[in-house]
Ligand binder design. Structure first.
Ligand code: ZN
Length: 283
């Protein structure tokens, strides 16, 4: 099931994306399913089961009549994992880490499909990072890797946009938290539809040129371990998002470097999830 947040006539709601359009979940469930994705996810597996049922009952709104938004506008926590593909660590001259490198993206809000990444005038080194992201579905506190996937609602795509100059000067959180630096979506594919999140092809294309192409089988720290590790530091809550790291091919380590410029488009494809594409504009 592909969960979306969408807008129609300036009204925001939750829906299920089907082959013929978007089924509005609050109306298809006679108000039982919340129109806000965080509230929906807080309902846990029972609400997801209701959504699955409602998506078959409701009549879809054609995709042309809606605007898909980021599935979760303001995740409680948006956590990033650094250096989680060996080839990306190596291209930056770093060795494979012994423990996960964790940072917070403290963006004011995520952005959705088609919304613009704004280049901050103060940075000359804005870069792209195509990533598989995990959406937490229930409260995970000190859970074991063995049980960790039970706490996952589903998966989406994140572009972990990064201002390398600020990242080098001031650390991961400032470098990765400029406004619009978290494109997310376009859908959350529920866990039942992604039986193995460590077998997904991932590809980033910037203005028609392929920059990154890998597979999530190359993650150094896999999702169950990340959830175990993180949930022993702080509780993970429904709607929290963990973006799992990027493979090699980012702009900063290319020869010559290829930073984003106004007029670019960044397209990230993750197998089984879809395509997240965003234009780049001057901020
Ligand atoms: Zn990243």
């Amino acid at each position: 099931m592909q969960l979306v947040t969408y807008e129609r006539n300036n009204q925001r709601s939750t829906g299920v994306l089907t082959a013929t359009g978007v089924v509005d979940l609050p109306s298809a469930s006679h108000g039982a399913i919340p129109g806000d994705m965080l509230d929906l996810l807080r309902g846990g597996q029972s609400v997801l089961a209701q959504a699955r049922e409602a998506s078959g009952a409701g009549s879809p709104i054609p995709l042309a009549d809606v605007q898909l938004k980021a599935p979760i506008a303001r995740p409680g926590k948006l956590l990033g994992i650094g250096l989680n593909y060996a080839d990306h660590a190596a291209e930056g001259g770093r060795k494979k880490p012994d423990y996960p490198l964790i940072f917070a993206k403290t963006v004011p809000a995520t952005i959705g499909l088609g919304e613009a990444i704004q280049l901050p005038p103060v940075s000359q080194m804005v870069d792209f990072e195509g990533e598989l992201a995990v959406v937490i579905g229930s409260l995970a506190r000190a859970v074991s890797a063995q049980d960790a996937l039970d706490y996952v609602a589903g998966y989406t795509i994140c572009n972990d946009v990064s201002a390398r100059d600020y990242q080098r000067r001031s650390g991961h959180t400032p470098g990765k938290s400029f406004e619009t630096f978290a494109p997310l979506g376009p859908v959350i594919v529920t866990r039942d539809d992604i039986p193995d999140p460590h077998a997904l092809d991932i590809r980033t294309v910037v203005s028609g040129q392929e920059m990154q192409h890998s597979n999530t089988k190359h993650l150094i720290f896999q999702i169950p371990y990340l959830i175990e590790y993180l949930s022993h530091i702080f509780p993970l809550e429904p709607g929290d998002v963990i973006t799992t790291g990027t493979p090699s091919g980012v702009g900063a380590y290319r020869e010559p470097p290829r930073f984003l410029k106004a007029g670019d488009t960044v397209r990230i494809e993750v197998e089984g999830i879809g395509v997240l594409e965003n234009p780049v504009v001057a901020g």
